[in-house]
Ligand binder design. Sequence first.
Ligand code: ADP
Length: 522
Amino acid sequence: MIERSPHCQATPSLPPQRADDALGRPGGDIRLLQVSAEIYPLLKTGGLADIAGALPAALATAGCDTRVLLPGLPAIRDGLRDAQAVGQFSLPWGEPVRVLRGKLPAVPGAAGSPVLAYLLDAPGLYDRPGNPYEDAQRRPYADNHRRFAALGWGAAHVARGLDPSWAPQLVHGHDWHAGLAAACLKFTAGPPVPVVFTVHNLAYQGIFSADVLGELGLPVSAFQIDGLEFHGQISFMKAGLFYASKITTVSPTYAREIQTPEQGFGLDGLLRSRRNDLSGILNAVDTTIWNPATDPLIARTYSVEQMTGKARCKAALQTEAGLQPHKDAPLFTVVSRLTEQKGLNLVLAGIDDLVQGGGQLLVLGSGDHALETAFGHAAQRHPGAVALRVGYDEAYAHRIFAGSDVTLVPSRFEPCGLTQLYGLLYGSLPLVRAVGGLADTVVDADLATLDDHTATGIVFASFSEADYRHAVRRALALYRQPRAWARVRQTGMQQNFSWAQAARHYRAVYAAALPDLSRIPT
Ligand code: ADP
């Protein structure tokens, strides 16, 4: 049943737009709108921004005419170039939104023309400094349901022709922030516009009181088990999972894990029922940004053929972090949001063993106060061997991967994980738990994989202090065998996490979601 929502005017269908668009930009054979809350390089709190930033260019290369829709958060608004208003609409509660179209800044070294972005200019919702989701006390903003319902409605309006010069055939929403897009499209009049919905992290669901349903502009019939109702509340994540045509997540293993009660966060039943529409597409690395051979942010560039620069990077990092300048001390590092998900209590429990084994530890992160404090105490206990930088620092993260020997990612769960990929490419062996995308991207160093040169890191199985500590001991032992270490490092640096391949997979999902295009070669 198609119901019509009073505040969203249906517009006539646009004519087919296969050739160049009104701005003279080359058209791809699939026009699509990416919808996300953050995007590198303008605003980043985690891996979602890296993916949202890299995907449009990769998709353009794969023949998709891709634009993005973003909330008008200050950092995004300030970074958009040549912005001009293309239309406006009213939100269900009456607030007006201007939609601007502009260009995203080009990433240095990236080829291709700038990506076009639509921005929701709604200062009442977005004009707040700092974190996009929380206030200074780290409490979610009380009106987050409105702030991200606006993103869903914005997607529906752009998809229904708000910009007279371009409309997508398909919407691709990322995480719960974009979860309402498919529901908004379903409950407004107009030709069907398929939505592909990607789960970057099922732990964050956008759950709100049922009391706000009236504000969302969706019919009461949406509030049921076959809809966005979740244990008596509203779940934006569930809306995305339920109403989207196709669902993807960011690694094949996570796609399986989220169908289990252990990792399904209460949505495993729905995900199992949609398993034929669910696929796992491994995240990739934007090597215009993350490449030790060209990285302008590190002390000395290096490559698998010429590794001397890495030692310089390590020495510089030890000095910068206040660690003893021991070139032979294996340097373990963490670059992470400090949350329970990341298994950092294991790292804390293993610090004394790590230091007694001759290792050093450097942590860059922010988040949970208890974890910040605990790492701070560890740094005081082990001056010169353990260091902590609280905060978010993109350039420092590059210097850390370049100077590090081991990248620690002992996560409790990990949809894909990017830091282990950066560790691999920068010659910092990942030490990871075998979960989610970590299991898909790191090959444990054992006798067989050392022998056949497929080992790329250290992998442990169960989320226990004993298993983690054993993994650290194995890393220390491997480090004492320089030839074996160098070989594992070399294999890791030669891994290819290409966006071209990921983009081809996404394109195949888009083609499957667009029935009349299913014969487009993928
Ligand atoms: P998640 O998205 O769960 O945070 P990912 O590993 O997928 O984890 O992505 C994390 C991204 O955020 C990486 O690009 C990582 O380098 C970056 N990052 C995390 N914490 C920090 C920090 N404190 N400073 C700089 N970059 C960080």
